[in-house]
Design a protein around this ligand. Structure first.
Ligand code: PLP
Length: 453
């Protein structure tokens, strides 16, 4: 399972109930069961953890069917539209470098200059170790991008969601999120101690129903959505969300991890795509790991919000400052994105081309709308793994996303398209996929195999 994949379905519920239990009872305070006190290895051996048991069953079945693990593949050099694996060059659809800025000479130069000046690490939290100008330059650039007062960067995108959501909401509050938001947003909501509700993916009528039934019971309400959904490649109606959050006196948080650089003719993200004033969104969240070809997360919004998070959000206060080389290179990537909108235009053309050809060839693209995130829904997990493996043999690297990361029978190959791909590469991949799909026997598709839905 991809370690970055948002969990869905049962796995997500299991995770939620586990975290809920931990939070309510306090892990350390749990009574020691008698068996644990007698040296019973079931309570000390990591391999007895329930999730690990499942993983082992899944792997042994994979081995039996001759399926290679499609994850953790070793790339020999920088991965872009193509990549080198085991000495072979493959067409690559498995990286988030949407505008091809990872390794751009100016970005590399910015990183090198920052290394020469600061070394690698800040070596402590920014509160303790102090600021580097690279942090503030990036934060100012992000704030300007969203036309808001200020921004703050965290060392990880995942920790940004976890820490920020759990800092903003509390026991008297409600977090309402789209049913498929990223795992980091789910975990942040659970840790907040707030009540939680989800609404049917992209169904804003359902969001309104949830709010109408619940708004009066809580103090603060935080609505959490993604600007572009990382599994499905579709997006919510932002103007309507803004209207709803205003009517229900709630905060709106939009995770732009996949939207920055992808939506809008200049890559501005959701606000640009819909032509709305970005100041109408309370909390803009995003990551540096995709279009900005770095690592880390950001929040952009009012100066009060940023001040609050810098002093009270554990993931910022108690964690090391972002390495200055990452901050400096992300600032450069953002600058190039603004300067060269033709990159965004090429990405849009590639994504539209993929969508058109995939549909013509009868592939199921789910609810995706033709962006950098372009899934092809295959159905059962075994078929998705086989297809990924067969395409790999034919020189195409694309990862399967399996149940429970996505609902049962909607396992998929997730194509990440970039501005660096060519139409010929896209055509080659789709053609190979169509051919390999036809080779999978129906008996294999309908087989019931434990651990694979
Ligand atoms: C929507 C969304 N939010 C947050 C994250 C976490 O970001 P990062 O991988 O940069 O930690 C991801 C990761 O893929 C994501 O897809």
């Amino acid at each position: 399972m991809s370690k970055n994949s948002p969990l869905g379905g049962e796995a997500r519920e299991r995770l939620l109930s586990r975290v809920d239990t931990m939070r309510k009872s306090g892990v350390a305070a749990q009574p020691v069961r008698p068996a644990a006190a007698t040296g019973d290895k079931r309570f000390t051996d990591f391999s007895t953890l329930p999730g690990y048991e499942e993983l082992r069953v899944q792997r042994s079945i994979g081995d039996k069917f001759g399926l290679e693990n499609p994850y953790f593949r070793m790339h020999d050099a920088r991965a872009g539209a193509t990549t080198e694996i085991d000495g072979r060059t493959l067409i690559n659809f498995s990286c988030y470098d949407y505008l091809g800025l990872n390794g751009h000479p100016e970005v590399v130069e910015a990183a090198k200059t920052a290394i020469d000046r600061y070394g690698i690490s800040c070596s402590a939290s920014r509160i303790v170790a102090g600021e580097r100008i690279a942090h503030r330059e990036l934060e100012r650039a992000l704030a300007a991008h969203y036309s808001v007062d200020d921004a703050v960067v965290f060392v990880g995108g995942y920790i940004t969601n976890v820490s920020v959501i759990s800092s903003l909401a509390g026991a008297k509050d409600l977090v309402v999120s789209d049913a498929v938001v990223h795992n980091s947003a789910v975990v942040g909501s659970v840790l907040s101690g707030a009540s939680r509700r989800s609404f049917v993916h992209n169904d804003l009528d359902n969001l309104e129903q949830v709010l109408a039934a619940n708004r009066g019971k809580y103090e603060r309400v935080l609505i959490v959505v993604e600007g572009l959904y990382g599994m499905d490649g579709d997006f919510p109606d932002l103007p309507r969300l803004i209207d709803i959050k205003n009517r229900y006196n709630a905060w709106l948080m939009v995770d732009e991890a996949h939207a920055l650089g992808v939506l809008g003719s200049r890559g501005g993200g959701s606000a640009e795509h819909f032509g709305v004033d970005p100041r109408q969104v309370d909390v803009w969240m995003g990551t540096l790991s995709k279009t900005l070809s770095g690592c880390g997360g950001y929040i952009a919004g009012s100066s009060t919000l940023v001040d609050y998070l810098k002093c009270l959000s554990g993931g910022f206060v108690y964690s090391v400052g972002m390495p200055p080389l990452i901050a400096a290179s992300a600032t450069k990537s953002l600058e190039i994105m603004h300067r060269e909108p033709e990159r965004v235009a090429t990405l849009h053309r590639n994504a539209a081309h993929f969508r058109k050809v995939a549909k013509e060839k009868g592939l199921d693209i789910g609810s995706s709308v033709g962006t950098a995130v372009s899934p092809v829904v295959v159905g059962d997990s075994i078929s998705a793994v086989i297809l990924s493996q067969q395409l790999f043999k034919r020189g195409i690297n694309v990862q399967p996303v399996l149940y429970p990361a996505v609902p049962a029978k909607s396992s998929r190959l997730r194509f990440f398209l970039t501005a660096m791909h060519t139409e010929a590469q896209i055509d080659t991949a789709i053609e190979a996929l169509v051919e390999e799909r036809a080779n999978i026997p129906e008996s294999m598709r309908s087989m019931k195999i434990p651990g694979y839905a």
